[in-house]
Each structure stands twice: as C-alpha cells, then as structure tokens.
Design a protein around this ligand. Sequence first.
Ligand SMILES: Nc1ncnc2c1ncn2[C@@H]1O[C@H](COP(=O)(O)OP(=O)(O)OP(=O)(O)O)[C@@H](O)[C@H]1O
Ligand SMILES: [Mg+2]
Length: 376
Amino acid sequence: MSDLTQAWHHARAPLATALGKRLLAHERIAMFGPRQTGKTTLLRDEVIPYVQSRGAIAVYIDCWMDMDDPLQGINYALQKALEGLSVQPRGMKRTGSTPVKRLGVMGASIDLGDPPKRQTPDRPALMLDSLLTQILEETTHDVVLVFDEFQSIASAKNGPQISASLRAALTQADKRIGAIFSGSSDVQLLDMFSRTNTPLYGFAKTEGYEPLGLDFIGFVARKFHEATRRDLNQVLAHETFQQLGTQPEPFLHAVSLVMANPAWTLDRALDEMLSQHSPNKWSATWRGLTGLQQVALRLVFEDRPPTAADSVVWAAAQLGARVAPSSISRALEALAAKGMLERRTDGRGWMLIDPVQRAWLERNAAAPIKSAASGH
Ligand SMILES: Nc1ncnc2c1ncn2[C@@H]1O[C@H](COP(=O)(O)OP(=O)(O)OP(=O)(O)O)[C@@H](O)[C@H]1O
Ligand SMILES: [Mg+2]
C-alpha cells in the first residue's frame, strides 16, 4: 500500500538486541502480538542479522508455508538450512569464522570429500529430529530457530503431534539451540504453551510482542518534517496509530496522504483512506461478504448479542427477509474462518480481529448491506 514502510523503516535495535541475546543464551520464547504490527519485520530484519553477527546460524521458518501440513514447511526450511551449511568451500566447515549459509555456485569449491550424509527418515516427525541433528553436526555454531506464524500449528489437524516432535527435537540439544515461536493469536499461542497436558506446556516463556510506540511516532514526525518542513502533531499521530491497532502500514499511508495534502489533518486522511467510496482493502472486504455476514459483523462491532431476538429482528429488516438465529451463527463461523472474528478469551461471544476494519465500520455506518434478494 505505502512505500513509506520501506523508506521510513524504524529500526528497533534495543528490542532486537535484547531478544537476540536471550536467543543466544538458548532461551525459548513464545512471542505473540496482533496482526500487521511488525513481528516478522523485527525478526527477519533485525533479530536474525543480530544473532548472525554474533556467529549463530539462524533459520527462519514460516510455519504457514504449507498450510495443510506445517511440519512439511518446517522440514523444508531446515533442509534448506542444512544444504546451505554443507555446501561450503573447502576449509569453511567447522571453523570459527562467520558462517556462510548459501553460496553462489560459481567460484565456490564444493567439498566433495565429505562422508556420505546420514539417511534422513521419511516420516516427517522423525525427519525433523534428524535434520536438526544433522545441522548441529554440520556446524559448531549455536543455532537460532525462528518459528513465524506459529499459531498455524495450533489449528493444524496434526498440531499436537507436531508440537510433540518439536519438543523432542529441540530438547536434545538445548545447550546449543535458541528458539522463538512468534504468532498473531494470543489465544492459540497461550493455549499451546500454558495449558497443562499439551505437548509444549511450559516449553517457552510466553510474552507479548512490544508494538511500535512513541519512539516510532517521534521518528515519523522527524521524517515528516524533513520531507515537508511542516510539523506533525505527535499526540494526534499517536492517537491515530493506536486507532489503527499500531499497524505501521495503514498509519504511514495516512501520513503520506497528509504529506500530499497540506490542508488535511490525520483524521481527515483517515476518513479518506477508510471511505467506502475510495478503493481500499477494507471496503473490498466488506463488499466481498454476504448480506448475512455483513449484518453479523456489524452486530459484533456494535457489541450486540448477535443471535438475541432483537438482533435477529434487526438483521431481518436489513436483509429484507426472514432470518434464523442459526443462519447468523453460521455467518459468524464463516467470518471466523476468514480471519475476521475470533472468540473472546472469556467465552463471551466474538470480537473483531482487525482494528482497522473496526475503524472502517465506525466511519461507514451507512455502508450498504446486501439484501437477501441479491442472491446471498
Ligand atoms: N519498524 C517498522 N518501521 C516501519 N514499518 C514497519 C516496521 N515494522 C513493520 N513495518 C511494516 O508494517 C507492515 C507489517 O509488518 P510485518 O509483516 O512485519 O507484521 P506482522 O506482525 O508480522 O504481520 P502478520 O501478523 O500479518 O504476519 C509491513 O508493511 C512492514 O513493512
Ligand atoms: Mg508476520
């Protein structure tokens, strides 16, 4: 959406260093935080380079890469890391110098004198253990494993088995491995690490991801001033950033609108950005829903019990047709499957996941709801 996220990347060295040091001390950390708030960027652009600069081998693992079977995705990432380690110029192996993970083929003398590789088992669960063992044998350096989108393990059908395999594999060398499990659902991640009788119970220290805060706002205000010679009101900017759930991308987009339109306030920029009449992903999301899903979403947004009698009457009036409470329940489930709603931790119904969609609903109270006659 906005190129500013690249040009105005706010480095977070103290946080990255603190996390990196803990990983180098072989800690296991489960870090959860809301969507789109910069977790992956922090891990990939800052924590990984930091631990690498301290001599560790870092492996980034996107657990969502294979949505049907996260274990395959994990094994694939480990396999790639192993290949990067074993294809090294003669003399590089097992030395104390900075590890080289991947080399261009040209010019690199590949060590063909290596003993044959140990047989990697076919069963994915055993393969995980074997690959990790091979990586540890291949290098004398410490290994830092970065598991991103780890909540996808919780929803995978073989999730408990993957968790058990991970626990077994990582425990074998806990003096050489640091691991961070990052994800966007606190409910699911906490559940995985904090519920007794689950395989990963107590396996990692659970903590919230620290969202970007006032120092980011200060940084953006400085950049804004450099670019425009105007001042950005930092108090209002911070409020806007909070309204957007501390998501840098929509926030920087709103800032870029203010840069381009000197008469606009940030609030006005947000009105334009989130208008149902301008092309944006939140309007598109709304239009992509069925009428029933639209009413269900609005009921949750307005904090009304969606299947209560008066809610159902309201829904029927919006849709111009009779509505059964069970249809609303199904619409809620469909919204959850789309990643728009999740159940409240206290079990009291549903809540919206994306704060920006919430801000959109607030600003577009009159957004048209598809009638039942429109075929949905
Ligand atoms: N420190 C930062 N400064 C500026 N922009 C950033 C920063 N961190 C992240 N962003 C931008 O915010 C957006 C979301 O970042 P990222 O993908 O890292 O978030 P995430 O929390 O991993 O999201 P998800 O939960 O969807 O995986 C990206 O466009 C990214 O460029
Ligand atoms: Mg991410």
